[in-house]
Unconditional design. Sequence first.
Length: 153
Amino acid sequence: MSIILAGAPWLIAHRSMLGVNKPYKVVLNGRDYVLWQNQQGEIFALDNVCPHLQAPLSDGWICQQRSTITCPFHALEFDGQGRLHQSSQVRSQPLVNTLDLIIKDDCIWTYAGHTPKIPVPDIIAKVSDDMSFVGVAGEKSIRGTFLDNLLIN
């Protein structure tokens, strides 16, 4: 799959879409990621695949004490840096790739591992000065060509 707009920021979620200690799946350029927010409001993002048996981490659960995400197959735990937590020990090297996030005005942006070429826009803050974000009404994915989606949006 070819990458669409490499170096452009992608708005992947709003903080209100993430429940506390609940995995949230995001698909970006054909690749699955899992996001979660701990009780302190920190947000983490990893590839949505356990390196052991490729289980989707988004089907797992969050350990509140360690802010780790747990694989649904064999209960392997990974922290926000992708390191394995096992028997009260933390591996030094990550086993799962992270997704770098930029959080601006409760909007969650990423460059999906590419070198930034365009800054994160501040249009949302300018447009919404006198508004309150109520929440997300629903989630829908519509397949289409890039140009069709650009014209619709």
